[in-house]
Ligand binder design. Structure first.
Ligand code: 5CA
Length: 444
């Protein structure tokens, strides 16, 4: 992509309406454009990042055996009346009438709809477990939409649903998602900590929020610092090791606001390990047994001939919110340097030639390098604008392309000036650079 032909509407200054750095940066480099309160269009740069995040989320869901489906955004009201949530959901639900006067709604979540899909097709315990997920827009008419896409009214969510024959199997499914979430956030270079949480309008009695630390986060958290040293190495998927993994995390007191109990906190966590801070909720998982299956009559035949309602859980990741969350975690606001994780960067490499009206050689060289990297599958952007080198570099620091090749006065012979954002440039050969980038690509 040539930057002169790209749709990347960069602003000179930070927009005054944005209160937190992710919102500032997203408007500044033209990742999104507000359409109405809490509703945004995604412009090429923002869209690319979100799609890359979505793909990582998808791959990690597939790895635990979840199957992808796609449910509609518009749902009929009757299934919500069956579950009893039609009235409970209140003003957050956007209610619509079609031309026949039928009550419809824009889905804020999908427990009812997926249970309806399940109950019409699955009749026997032999078909369990079923793990189904989709990645789809949701709408919640939030009282206070704010911070750009962080708390939107329309937002992009991955929501998964598990169906099991009994509580024990359901716990196994829950733990698969628990594990898969740790893996997903790690691939996004985020340190997201699972914290015991309330279940709110979703219901049930077991729940974890996955939270990354950020001063601008809306969730208050109380944790034992040692939880940050834990890791989720390996890809072991058996029941016992997954249960052990969850226990490993649960041994440390780590809760979101609503679950906080001062006495318990002070009893369980020594003073030097206490951490009270704020964070961003990037995922939330729930176990609610037969809450929806009972209400919607989703039952299966058991081995002995009896029937029972299936045991369900639901598992959400805020895909659009993650774009902002990664910025909150990675953007150095003071120096105006963003560094996207390689795995989700809008471009992996920027080629920045010094353009001189009388001498097109740097641009020619840039173009041939560009072709080379494109054929090596490296997502590359070339800056063909008539601007000075330092403003070009500043621009790419903001956009956050993690690697740059600068073709200026210093690049002579076979060596190229190669720069990882935020670090000093190095002179490397084309082969060396290609190797570095290809290896990064494989690792991600
Ligand atoms: N049905 C369950 C699990 S699928 C559910 O809806 N859970 S949730 O309400 O916690 O939402 C899941 C995730 O979506 C949250 O962890 C958060 O990352 C994201 N999310 C929720 N509300 C918003 C919002 N208004 N704007 C952006 N992201 C949101």
């Amino acid at each position: 992509m040539y930057i002169s032909k790209s749709f990347i509407p960069i602003l000179k200054n930070n927009p005054s309406e944005a209160k937190i750095k992710s919102h500032q940066l997203m408007l500044r480099v033209g990742m999104i454009k507000q359409s109405s309160a809490g509703i945004y269009s995604w412009l090429p740069l923002g869209f690319k990042v979100m799609k890359k995040i979505e793909q990582i989320v998808r791959e990690e869901q597939n790895k635990i055996g979840a199957q992808e489906i796609l449910m509609p955004t518009i749902q009929p009201s009757d299934i919500w009346k069956e579950s009893g949530r039609y009235d409970d959901y209140g003003d957050e639900m956007l209610r619509i009438k079609d031309r026949q006067g039928r009550e419809m709604l824009y889905g804020p979540t999908n427990e009812e709809l997926v249970t309806d899909i399940f109950r019409t097709s699955i009749k026997s315990y032999k078909s369990l477990p079923q793990l189904l997920y989709h990645i789809q827009w949701k709408f919640r008419d939030e009282v206070r939409p704010r911070f750009g896409i962080m708390r939107g009214r329309e937002f992009y969510m991955k929501d998964a649903y598990s169906f099991d024959v009994n509580d024990e199997d359901a716990a196994f499914s829950y733990n698969k998602f628990f594990f898969s979430y740790l893996k997903t956030f790690k691939r996004l270079e985020l340190s997201a900590i699972p914290m015991a949480a309330d279940t709110g309008p979703i219901g049930g009695n077991l729940s974890h929020e996955f939270i990354i630390l950020a001063d601008t986060g809306e969730s208050k958290i109380f944790t034992d610092k040692r939880v940050f040293d834990l890791d989720s190495e390996g890809s072991i998927m058996d029941r016992q090791s997954l249960e052990d993994l969850r226990k490993k995390y649960e041994q440390y007191y780590s809760v979101a606001d609503e679950k906080f109990d001062k006495v318990e906190f002070e009893e369980k966590v020594s003073e030097e390990n206490r951490l009270i801070t704020k964070g961003i909720e990037v995922g939330h998982i729930f176990y609610f047994g037969d809450k929806y299956s009972k209400a919607l009559n989703a039952a299966v035949d058991l081995p002995g001939g009896k029937k029972d309602f299936v045991k369900m859980g639901s598992y959400g990741i805020g895909v659009s919110r993650l774009v902002g969350a990664i910025i909150e975690a990675k953007y150095d606001e003071k120096n105006e340097i963003m560094k996207w994780p390689f795995s989700v960067a809008p471009y992996e490499l920027a080629i920045i030639p010094m353009i001189n009206k009388n001498d097109k050689s740097a641009l020619d060289k840039a173009t041939s390098l560009f072709k080379h990297f494109e054929s090596n599958n490296i997502d590359t952007i070339i800056d063909d604008m008539d601007e000075n080198l330092s403003s070009k570099i500043k621009k790419f620091n903001l956009i956050g392309v993690p690697y740059q090749i600068i073709i200026g006065k210093k690049s002579e012979g076979d060596l190229l000036e190669f720069k990882e954002i935020g670090k000093d440039p190095r002179n490397l050969t084309l082969d060396q650079i290609t190797k570095i980038l290809t290896e990064l690509k494989e690792k991600n």
